[in-house]
Design a protein around this ligand. Sequence first.
Ligand SMILES: NC(=O)c1ccc[n+]([C@@H]2O[C@H](COP(=O)([O-])OP(=O)(O)OC[C@H]3O[C@@H](n4cnc5c(N)ncnc54)[C@H](OP(=O)(O)O)[C@@H]3O)[C@@H](O)[C@H]2O)c1
Length: 262
Amino acid sequence: MRGTVSFKTCGSVLVTGANRGLELQIVQNLASGGFSPGKIIATTRNLSGSQVETYLMSELHLLVVILYVVRQDSIETCVEEVERLLDEDQGLNLLINIAGVNLEADFQVVTAEMTMENFRTNAVAPLMITKVICGRVGSGGKGAMGIQRAAVVNVSSLLGSVELNWGDRANVFKWYPYRTSKVSVLRLTSRCMAVDLEPDGILCVAVHPGWVHTDMGGSRGERRGAPLSPEESVSSVLSVIGALTAKDHGTFLNYTGEQLPW
Ligand SMILES: NC(=O)c1ccc[n+]([C@@H]2O[C@H](COP(=O)([O-])OP(=O)(O)OC[C@H]3O[C@@H](n4cnc5c(N)ncnc54)[C@H](OP(=O)(O)O)[C@@H]3O)[C@@H](O)[C@H]2O)c1
């Protein structure tokens, strides 16, 4: 587990897909716990009836913006809104690309359409959102790499690791669209964005949140069920994010902070 949590020095955070799941839990923890970043921008594709809207109307300090992550027009509109929400001379400090889908399909049933849909949400969307945000809103503060300056956290999965998914494990989760999309997120983060954003001091890292009880992760505690609650996963993930430094740039980190193999 990592040490110090430095969100108090982070001026602004944007979280994608915050309608439910880990995405919503991140927003809740940031808004209500001891993390306390400056501005929390929660994005959701569906404001009406959204859980985020409920939190917005409660005591929590949140800014909510519509973002349908696979639509370029929605990304552009969202970023215009984010520009308005941030102070004039300040960029965004932390972008958490986490909105995701899992189209479970093995070799027998997988289709091109399923694979493309999974790719668009899990891999293409983080790329396009980061590109527009970094181009228009720019990076955050100055100084050493970390969330007090500027960081992009792309949520991948252990199932995206080539090295860790061989033998017995490769036989369990035969989800072609999901697994290939999460491999792509790792490459995109660690060997593409990390190279291009480094000159601007923007730290790029991929994170595995653990196997968590959500709509996607399934039930907790049953046989082969998710061992972690959203609260357990997110507390740990936020501790890792809060302690990011230059040595983490371009890596793939577990929710506990250890480096994972690609
Ligand atoms: N849960 C796990 O065990 C686990 C393990 C490893 C990695 N992960 C990764 O962690 C992330 C969060 O997973 P989760 O378990 O929280 O999933 P989840 O419970 O299914 O929630 C997914 C969230 O993403 C949003 N979303 C999906 N497509 C979107 C789109 N096109 N535009 C905007 N929002 C969209 C959903 O919004 P709507 O409500 O509008 O659909 C929802 O709020 C994913 O990237 C997942 O791959 C999860």
